[in-house]
Design a protein around this ligand. Structure first.
Ligand code: UDP
Length: 486
């Protein structure tokens, strides 16, 4: 009979079902652990299943022990499946899932539950049921350390105005000139007491959890990994970049959504372009921009004269913003026709196969909102970036890219926005045009950024190879969970 030590380690993964940017890296991580011989179960809703089913089926055909366990959304929760409609303060944590999830944990008793940061209640569930809960963060160490510094030292409250700059005390690496303003800082760290309570609940649950998994790698953020472990006292496993787990064309094309015909069109279009001549513009899986900001961006892209692919999933079909009913124009007159005719630009309104685009030889730069996944993917594709942070912790990530890693330039957005506020124009056409010309115009400065990104990219690939730092962390966690059974 197999002893309990011989039995496979079993891990449950519970992604935040509201946002694709949270689900994608957790599914990659779950599949990664299954490839190390762990028995993996992903807990999710029926609706989300189809987004990831194919990859998991492929793993199973390779003999890996990975499966989904689906649950129904409790009644009245249907509106929680969109980040724009969810009430961030009250429903964010989807407390209503607590009962069905606890029931599953009670029945199946896995060795560990890896759950998204936005389910702080799982720390308590795990503790009660004797199942270690590990937090899955969908951001990097640098932004987490920045958040901790603002929490501990409150420099944002010690300046006179929203535009006055402040440094973040206590962070390692004082050589970097890292400065923020209140305007650039998340509202829950500045003006919003309800949001602050939410943030506190997440931190509190993290402290009560067994540890933290982060989709990053040691060489990308070494000083901040040390700060996170030693100063902040967290147990940490750095297992990324997990997107590298997707190796073949199919996996890359289908990541995050079964790809539409759009993917092929995009790649064909790129095939016709010169190496490093195209700017890839994307603001992630969820973005709200004012119609006027879309307009400004379109004008600037056209004026720059450089080729671009612009993923604008939330932009209305027609040039006029109909939903608003106000006739506000989203794109300059004739813009799309001109771009199509000249072959200068491609506007993508569906899910884009981002990994395939980023690695295409024709792509030479990335304009990004600084979502953590996109940032890591861009760096590992050796691309210099134009940073245009909008919401969440994206301004901190911008600082990592521009001030610390020095692989990008700022577009110059100075104003943080909640996804729930009415969006407005915060970046002028001149700023966008200047940034695009500077990045895509090439020259020594940009080549230097590319060189630095290439170095980081090589280190990322080494990290996930056998014997690399991320490989060692995955093995370390599995061994620890095994040894807990004794
Ligand atoms: N993504 C994609 N196609 C799209 C939009 C996004 O493949 O059209 C992927 C992208 O590669 C990344 C994730 O979705 O892995 C977005 O995560 P990120 O952290 O960059 O931003 P978020 O969407 O969470 O703001």
């Amino acid at each position: 009979m197999a002893s309990s030590e011989d039995k496979k380690v079993e891990i449950f993964f519970l992604p935040w079902i509201v946002a694709r940017g949270h689900m994608i890296p957790m599914i990659d991580t779950a599949r990664l652990f299954a490839s190390y011989g762990v028995k993996v179960t992903i807990l999710t809703t029926h609706d989300n299943l189809q987004l990831f089913q194919d990859g998991v089926d492929r793993d199973r055909s390779l003999g890996r022990d990975i499966d989904f366990l689906t649950f129904d959304l409790p009644e009245g929760c249907e509106n929680l499946l969109s980040i724009f409609t969810i009430n961030l303060n009250e429903e964010l944590f989807i407390e209503k899932l607590r009962e069905p999830i606890e029931q599953i944990l009670r029945d199946r008793r896995p060795d560990c539950l890896v759950s998204d940061m936005f389910y702080p209640w799982t720390a308590e569930s795990g503790a009660r049921l004797g199942i270690p809960r590990i937090v899955f963060h969908v951001t990097g160490l640098f932004p987490l350390c920045c958040e901790e510094a603002t929490r501990r030292h409150a420099p944002q409250h010690k300046v006179d105005s929203a535009k006055a700059t402040f440094a973040l005390p206590g962070l390692p690496n004082p050589n970097h000139n890292i400065e923020f303003t209140r305007l650039k800082t998340q509202s829950w760290l500045t003006t919003e007491p309800k949001g602050a309570k939410v943030f506190e609940a997440i931190v509190d649950a993290e402290l009560k959890s067994h540890g933290v998994i982060i989709n990053s790698y040691y060489d990308l953020e070494a000083p901040y990994a040390e700060y996170f472990k030693n100063d902040m006292g967290r147990k940490l496993w750095l297992v990324g970049p997990v997107y590298l787990f997707n190796k073949n064309y199919e996996e890359k094309a289908q990541r995050g959504e079964k790809n539409s015909i759009g993917g092929v069109t995009i790649l064909n279009w790129l095939d016709s372009k010169e190496p490093k001549s195209v700017l890839y513009v994307s603001f992630g899986s969820q973005v709200r921009m004012a119609p006027e900001q879309f307009f400004v961006l379109a004008e600037a892209l056209e004026a720059s004269g450089h080729s671009f692919i612009w993923v604008a999933r939330y932009m209305p079909e027609s040039g006029v913003h109909k939903e608003e009913g106000s006739g506000r124009r989203v794109l300059p007159e004739g813009f799309e026709e001109r771009m199509t005719k000249s072959g200068k630009g491609l506007i993508v309104r569906s899910w884009a196969p981002q990994l395939l685009i980023l690695e295409h030889r024709a792509v030479g730069g990335f304009m990004t909102h600084c979502g953590w996944n996109s940032t890591v993917e861009g760096i590992c594709a050796c691309l210099p970036m134009i940073t245009w942070p909008l919401a969440a912790e994206q301004f901190f990530i911008e600082s990592l890219v521009v001030d610390v890693l020095k692989t990008g330039i700022r577009v110059g957005n100075e104003e943080w926005m909640s996804l729930h506020w009415e969006p407005k124009v915060t970046v002028t056409r001149e700023k966008v045009e200047t940034a695009v010309k500077r990045l895509m115009g090439g020259g020594g400065e940009v080549e230097e950024m590319r060189r630095r990104a290439r170095e980081l990219s090589e280190k990322a690939k080494k990290a996930v190879e056998p014997g690399g730092s991320s490989d060692a962390d995955v093995v370390g966690l599995i061994n620890e969970l095994k040894s807990r059974r004794k």
